[in-house]
Design a protein around this ligand. Structure first.
Ligand SMILES: Cc1cc2nc3c(=O)[nH]c(=O)nc-3n(C[C@H](O)[C@H](O)[C@H](O)COP(=O)(O)OP(=O)(O)OC[C@H]3O[C@@H](n4cnc5c(N)ncnc54)[C@H](O)[C@@H]3O)c2cc1C
Length: 573
């Protein structure tokens, strides 16, 4: 019950004293990172999300922490320089969740797209095409130039057709060559988000985060919040509001009585495939290539599955984003283009997801060319509102820290405060004290085998899941009678209880979709969901009806948003 008590405690404190320095609307990566930065400066700041933490655009990314090589062509040099630096920082600060990723581009033409970049700079080209080897080579040389300074990842390499086919025998023999460069991936972005939140709350007693709390209205000085778990509205009086609602920014401004048109999002979908042959053909690398019309496709090993994405389609309401059959067909045809001998079918899909990029409002007909950079748009106080609103537009997952630092600096300046802490080289969560080589890792594990008496293999699993936070999880597990889950031996009852107690889980789907990869990797069965619901319910004090309702709710979300059918709602009306 620790979790709900903590929530009740926050709610009660806000009822007693509704005055806060900063209210952040939206707990995607940008709101969360700003929350952490402000908390580290010792500020009182409230972060709220209408749903769970990291459940919007931030849960729907391609899971790449990348410099954005293709933004060079749009002339976005500032963005690439910043993103490469942030990627390198994340490899150092969060090595438990951000891993280097070799990325191979199969190239089918020598010269295509040669004049794209100069023509784009001159504003004479508005239609992307598939790039040929020469253009890609120039792009990679430029990218290396940005990367080389910090030396965190190697420079690119080049292989001609024969050599490429030797290395990747399943590749389309029509290729001319392949280029391999290095970026990074983040298989569990949601977990990094929860760690940032917990760290922020620990850093400042005035830093408080509430999921399932929606901003619904304002009366000039106060903002009205609706708690999904309570009937009573909560009023807070902020000095500054940060609108970090991502693709919902204009909707959130609307709730505050303002009509704006700041973002014009595009939808991107992904598939997760259970396909060992394709997984093995990727050789542990990402494959990144372009369709004839310049649309990007990526194939990416996500644990033992394969992630495929992405599309870039205009959409009006971000809440409506779903992966359609048309997108599925398109992705499967793209896989066939690069690996023609590998047959992939709808039946291999274990999970789909879709989200909306919070791009700045733009009239461009080519969505790929809308800037991926970020900016702050300020709505000053006026007749309608007593407080300013800082709206966070755009941005990439990769550059969240730099963006949040910019936002915090504006806040600090407006409140006449000084920055106390820089986040640039600050380790995050289970990245703190992370062993730098295998020997150090082995020594750490040996120590914890003695400390907790848990089997070494179990500790390795926990280390891989939580980085150095495995110590806290293992201590909790070791302090009571535990057993492996009946339906999933790699998890145990006390591990699940730990997540519920410590990580602000309020619904069953928070656990299976965001605190773990259980749903995304296609590991859920009706029996496992029931078993998990019982354990979560015991910690949160759910009745039998509530437990059953949570199972149905999760199954409905999986069906509606992720094309996963567990058959639960059909069998148990
Ligand atoms: C398909 C796709 C692929 C991408 N791939 C990559 C990639 O590989 N690498 C990369 O670096 N970036 C990538 N991005 C970009 C990156 O994911 C986003 O820019 C980033 O996640 C935006 O985060 P955010 O916090 O601004 O928005 P969000 O994560 O959407 O957060 C906004 C939050 O606000 C909440 N909210 C809305 N209204 C209210 C309200 N009234 N009250 C309370 N809360 C509210 C929502 O519930 C939501 O959780 C991708 C994006 C997409 C969509």
């Amino acid at each position: 019950m620790m979790n709900s008590h903590a929530r009740d405690h926050i709610l009660e404190a806000l009822r007693q004293n509704p005055e806060i320095s900063v209210l952040i609307i939206g707990a995607g990566i940008n709101g969360i990172a700003t929350f952490r930065d402000l908390a580290l400066q010792g500020m009182d700041v409230l972060l709220v999300d209408q749903a769970d933490f990291c459940s919007g655009a931030s849960a729907a990314s391609s899971h790449m922490i990348h410099g954005g090589i293709r933004y060079l062509e749009n002339g976005e040099f500032r963005l690439v320089r910043e993103a490469v630096r942030e990627r390198n920082n994340l490899l150092q600060n969060a090595p438990h969740y951000v891993k280097p990723l070799a990325t191979t581009i199969p190239i089918f033409k020598w010269f295509s797209g040669l004049f794209n970049a100069p023509l784009k700079f001159l504003g004479l080209l508005n239609k992307p095409t598939e790039r040929g080897a020469v253009v890609i080579k120039i792009g990679l040389l430029l990218y290396d130039a940005y990367t080389r300074l910090q030396g965190t990842v190697p420079v690119h390499t080049w292989a001609f057709r024969k050599q490429s086919l030797e290395k990747y025998p399943q590749l389309n023999p029509a290729i001319k060559c392949t280029a391999t460069y290095y970026d990074a991936m983040i298989p569990t972005p949601e977990r990094l988000c929860i760690e940032l939140i917990l760290e922020a709350e620990a850093a400042s007693p005035g830093a408080r985060a509430l999921n399932y709390m929606r901003v619904i209205a304002t009366d000039k000085t106060s903002v009205r919040l609706k708690d999904e778990f309570g009937d009573e509205a909560l009023l807070v009086k902020p000095k500054i509001v940060i609108n970090a609602a991502g693709p919902w920014i204009d909707f959130a401004n609307g709730a505050l009585g303002l009509i704006t048109r700041m973002v014009g999002g595009t939808k991107g979908s992904h598939l997760v495939l259970d396909h060992p042959q394709l997984h093995s053909a990727l050789g542990g690398q990402e494959f990144f290539f372009e369709n004839k019309d310049g649309r990007i496709v990526l194939l990416f090993p996500l644990m033992d599955k394969v992630l495929v994405g992405t599309s870039d389609l205009r959409i009006d309401d971000p809440s409506e984003a779903r992966c359609t059959q048309e997108e599925v067909d398109y992705f499967l045809s793209m896989i066939e283009k690069v690996f023609p001998q590998i047959k992939v079918a709808d039946a291999d899909i274990v999970f789909t997801f879709s989200g909306v990029r919070p791009l700045p409002s733009s009239a461009s007909s080519q969505t790929g060319q809308i800037s991926r950079d970020h900016k702050i748009e300020v709505i000053e106080p006026g007749e309608q509102l007593d407080f300013p609103i800082l709206c966070l537009i755009g941005g990439k997952w990769t550059s969240f820290r730099a963006f949040s630092e910019e936002v915090s600096n504006v806040v600090l300046e407006r409140l006449g405060l000084k920055r106390l802490v820089s986040t640039e080289h600050l380790a995050i969560g289970g990245g703190r004290g992370y062993p730098r080589d295998d020997n150090a890792r082995d020594a750490l594990l040996t120590h914890w085998v003695e400390e907790t008496a848990l089997p070494r293999q179990r500790l390795i699993t926990l280390f891989e899941r939580y980085g150095t936070r495995f110590k806290e999880v293992a201590s909790f597990i070791g302090a009571g009678r535990d057993e492996a889950l009946r339906e999933h031996a790699a998890y145990s009852r006390r591990e699940i209880s730990y997540l519920v107690r410590e990580e602000k889980i309020l619904h069953l789907d928070d656990l299976v979709l965001r605190r773990s990869l259980l749903a995304m990797l296609g590991e859920l069965t009706p029996e496992l969901l029931e078993e998990l619901a019982q354990i979560v319910g015991e910690s949160l004090g759910w009745s039998e009806e509530e437990t059953h309702a949570e199972v149905k709710r999760t199954a409905a979300i999986l069906q509606d948003k992720h094309n996963v059918s567990l058959g639960i709602n059909r069998n148990n009306p």
